[in-house]
Write a protein that binds this ligand. Sequence first.
Ligand code: ATP
Length: 896
Amino acid sequence: MSVASSIADTLQELAVDPATGLTTAEAQARLARYGPNQLRGRQPKTVLQLLLAQLNDALIYVLFGAVVITAFLGEYVDAVIILVVIFVNAGLGVVQEVKAGNALEALRQLATPRALVRRDGQVREIDSAAVVPGDVLVLDAGRFVAADVRLLESANLQIEESALTGESVPATKDARAVLPAADTPLGDRCNAAFMSTLVSYGRGTGVVTATGMRTEVGKIATILDEEEASQTPLERRLHQLGKTLGQVAVGICVLMFGIGYLQGRDLLDMFLTAVSLAVASIPEGLAAIVAVVLSLGVTAMSKRHAIIRRLPAVETLGSVNVVCSDKTGTLTQNRMTVTRCFLPDAAADLAVGEGQAPELPAQADLLAQALILCSDATYADGQGTGDPTEIALLVFGDQLGLDRRQLTERNPRVGERAFESDRKLMSTLTDEAGQLRVFTKGAIDSLLPRCTHVRENGRDVPLTDAHRTAVQRATERMADQALRTLAAAYRPVDHPVPPAEMEQNLVLLGLVGMMDPPRAEVRDAIRQAAGAGITTVMITGDHRHTAFAIARDLGIAHDPGQAVTGEDVSRYPDEELHRRIADYRVFARVSPEHKVRIVRAFRARGNVVSMTGDGVNDAPSLSAADIGVAMGLSGTDVARNAADMILTDDNFATIISAIEQGRNIYNNIKKAVIFLLASNAGEVVAMIASILAGMPAPLLPTQLLWINLLTDTLPAIALGMDPGDPDVMQERPRQPRESFFAHGAGWRVATGGLLIGLLTLFAFWFGFYEHGYSPFAAAVPTAVTLYARTMAFMTIVACQLLFALTFRHPHKSIFQTGLLTNRYLAGAVVLGLGLQLLALYVPLLQRAFKLRPLDGPGWLTVIGLGLIPVLFSEIGKLVLRRRSALAAPGAAARPL
Ligand code: ATP
């Protein structure tokens, strides 16, 4: 089959009837034969490759060197311990990486585009991977083409093929063309469309000729190498921080080695101690922890209907303070029902009853016919496909008792001009036995200027100012009741007018008002957002009065002065708009280009803005926002592709819940990192201080590595998986430029580290003191030194593990957060303490780590010292709580 074949030949070759499409059974058989319609990505790395990557690190090389040296000196136990630590650490790293990778892969799968196909005689939306050769694909504006197709029908179809041809101007397509040669260049194949290209305008259908790797895009291998996984700004910042701290740690270790040398200590001991301290104190795991917490977080978010497409969005979400939302479908249910109707010759608006045939005059028939013939939706047996606005119009026709099937069969469509949110109009040209008519429907303010006549008492009479006023009033009456209004017009023509000339000299037929109730959960979400310092703004294509009526109902706005139209916005110069923007909460009759200006104006005032969008032209405003949000159910692929986040339920409340989760994820990362740094600082302080003071080292190299394993891994990750603070939405949004160490976090690292270091030294000293020695004495029996080290070893682990419990909240006490509410953390602490006891009491480990059992006073001291950091931190929090209770409470929104 080729582009040089006719439609009939292609269909025959692919054995499909375009009216019904393939049957489900046939499609399944073809799927088994041709395989899924997917481009093969790169092979994932094997576990061995991941493990080797973990080991490929300068520090690990040094540790391997240490293994060789210790083994050479006959210290086999030490060599084995170092090896075990290396591999357990690397293994944990691999597990984290695999987990993070799996989570992101699952998200990628969730975000794959879907395709509209005709199967078993019905149009259905399916996973684009399930498309097979012979499927009849429906193409409409904003949708990616799911496979290579030979076009069957095209109505003003334009496709943007830059992914394939590099040409950014959309190509105009024509299904009827038969090309002279099968090897016509891709860019000139006007009767075909290709996988991964984008329908930018019009509609069409095509039969699938190739799927998966057999498509034109599949043949270009380079496209498959998707961009390298990039780091988020936070990951990058922490990676940098880790590097800097690592360099500082290495510097300190070198210094310690030098001092030890000058003090005449054993060089090899000093070397091993310095290397182990470097390993224990370098926070190499920072970026890894962030990656794990982020990926677990976004998986959790996807279960709550928010799919994150770009990881940095998670961090940004926590700073959002302005949420701009569409109205229809996001704040409202998108379940339209026509409830009012206005006819130019009727005295008043007419109520359209629910379920029963409304008693409307016969003139309403032509209005309903226009609305039906100018619609792409389908509706049968209570089931509709397409735009809910249009489905409501079909239902309206049914209520009037019109025979829709007969009507559409008698009036086949011979031309059309698609709906665009800029124009807010849509038109069709129909042919009823040679009688040609244009039908146009759309927003009354766009339609009225294009009307010259009005239909009154069965005749087309010239439109007067009196008519205009009456229509205007009727629109406002309906809009004030929060109804969405739609007007219709028609024009008899004597020749097939081209789309560009359809919408002129029209005859106005009337107006309908549709109800679209707000979503039940939205009101609470808006209130919650306000409490969290987040302002909600409505941006809609709808009428100002309709928009304001719904906004008032939802608590977004209270004063009509807070509502403006897109036209007003376009009249203000930038500076004035920036000045005024903070006063507005409702932007009505907005088209996509206004949206970009609105987003920019909010951002220019330092706000962090999230913006929703679903249409073909919404991509620029989604990119302009800090967080672009696209609709998963009703949105177009273009919008989804430009977005940072996709809502799988199209629901406003999901945005607010995503912000809440974004805040929690950021906080969790912060907790894990701060804890990690404080613990490492403790080790460094204890070691450096003792060496400087001329004492023996309080911890042996193997002990340092063990501590690193016990405290840096599980408790830190467990903190990253904290369930989240229920009160996080009572705080203000985080300032985007805020330092990671703001709000006392840096202070906690410094004081925590110092305290743990000093307590460890105290324990070490106490071990000597208990036996009547001083750590500075020249001849101390080895057993005493080992006992003192055991004291230091047990104390530092107890301090760090228990201290972890206090990191769950910067000012709530451990009892307010609940000791068992983070089961992972409780588990990690208990496991760590258990392992520590095993190290002390299992003879093999006891010997390996050179430990001595503690006596009663030793234990009491360890327990007492272990509790001190917790007490210290809790007292600090108490002071903070007291102080903030005195200051003004609440999260007053910062001015926009
Ligand atoms: P939101 O931007 O909040 O989703 P909206 O759905 O009203 O609001 P648009 O889809 O841009 O925004 O519609 C703007 C106006 O265009 C509507 O108020 C209506 O008058 C008109 N309109 C909407 N859908 C159609 C349609 N299918 N055919 C003709 N006109 C339409």
